[in-house]
Design a binder for this molecule. Structure first.
Ligand code: PBG
Length: 324
């Protein structure tokens, strides 16, 4: 008599397409870009094949390429000429991200949603995401908040459509929301890196963005990978402080967190398919150990299946090409 039920009936041909539960669309993708004000030609990166550091005069072209592929949004990371203890090149009107935003917006206008990463680690000479007490080797939470507020305001002034604070300082969403509101940017949404784990998978990014730490690590403010309930508390706080979109980062090792957050809050939820997740697939593919396109598709699809509405990924352009 058995098998009575034949699951295989639905697995081939068009019927397989018909019963597919999850899909990925170009509208789910956010393309990360690195803009470096110290260079004047495009630079390849060693740890992230295909990811480039762009000079200011090339950002608009690259953003246009993404727009032509149908990608709706990008996120900008800046590499400044000057770093100092406070990270003061993060918030000047003539600093790297502000200039890049203006370049892209003047080329693309409403055809591209420009998001800016709001953090100090690329701008501080010590590489931490906030102010520090050098003697104690501590990262100072509260003195960092107004600096993040100022940075978000300067990005908005330059024309950014959304800001994305990634520094994991307590109260940063509230501080940024107030700063934006006081400066007449009530309609600029905040995408919070709400559950950001202290992860080894950021390694290639720190090399590309030149944002390594020179003392200690970031475990005093980024989350312990062992914790899951804590992620819900982080997200809840950020929602109370005014986050419009909440993010989980990294993505693949944290699919359970994405699932719990989406289920619990029903908020627009983003996931960051980080540099290490990208580099692993690239390296394995270069060795002929797996099929890069299939691994990319399966990864991004899994992140959506877990509950993410949108994905920040270095595969954005490749995925968009595959979907065409
Ligand atoms: C902090 C920031 C980081 C990433 C995005 N924003 C680095 C960090 O926390 O060390 C990592 C992204 C990636 O690995 O792709 N500004």
């Amino acid at each position: 008599m058995f098998p009575e039920l034949r699951m295989r009936r639905l697995r081939s041909g068009k019927i397989r397409d018909l019963v597919r539960e999850t899909s990925i669309s170009v509208n789910d993708l956010i393309y990360p870009m690195f803009v470096d004000e110290t260079i004047d030609s495009v630079q390849r990166t060693a740890s992230m094949p295909g990811v480039e550091r762009l000079p200011l005069n090339k950002v608009a072209d690259d953003a246009k390429e993404a727009a032509d592929l149908g990608i709706p949004a990008l996120i900008l990371f800046g590499i400044p000429a000057q770093k100092d203890e406070q990270g003061s090149s993060a918030w000047g009107d003539e600093d790297v991200v502000q200039k890049a935003v203006r370049e892209i917006k003047s080329e693309l206008g409403r055809d591209m949603l420009v998001i800016t990463d709001v953090c100090l680690c690329e701008y501080t000479d010590h590489g931490h995401c906030g102010m520090i007490d050098r003697e104690k080797g501590e990262i100072l939470n509260d003195p960092t908040l107004p600096l993040l507020g100022k940075t978000a305001v300067s990005h908005s002034k330059a024309g950014a459509d959304m800001v994305a604070p990634s520094g994991m300082m307590d109260g940063m969403i509230g501080a940024i929301r107030s700063a934006l509101d006081e400066n007449n940017f009530k309609d600029i949404p905040i995408m919070s890196y709400a559950a950001k784990y202290s992860s080894s998978f950021y390694g290639p990014f720190r090399d590309v963005a030149d944002s390594g730490c020179c003392f200690g690590d970031r475990s005093a403010y980024q989350m312990d990978p062992a914790n899951s309930n804590e992620a819900l508390r982080e997200v809840e706080l950020d929602i109370m402080e005014g986050a419009d979109i909440v993010m989980v980062k990294p993505a693949l090792p944290y699919l359970d967190i994405i699932y719990r957050i989406k289920t619990e809050f029903g908020m627009p939820t983003a996931a960051y398919n980080v540099s290490g997740e990208f580099a692993m697939i690239k390296a394995a593919a270069q060795n002929g150990w797996l099929d890069e396109k299939q691994a990319m598709y399966e990864s991004l699809l899994s992140i959506k299946r877990a509950g993410a509405d949108m994905i920040l990924s270095y595969f954005a352009k490749d995925m968009a090409r595959m979907l065409k």
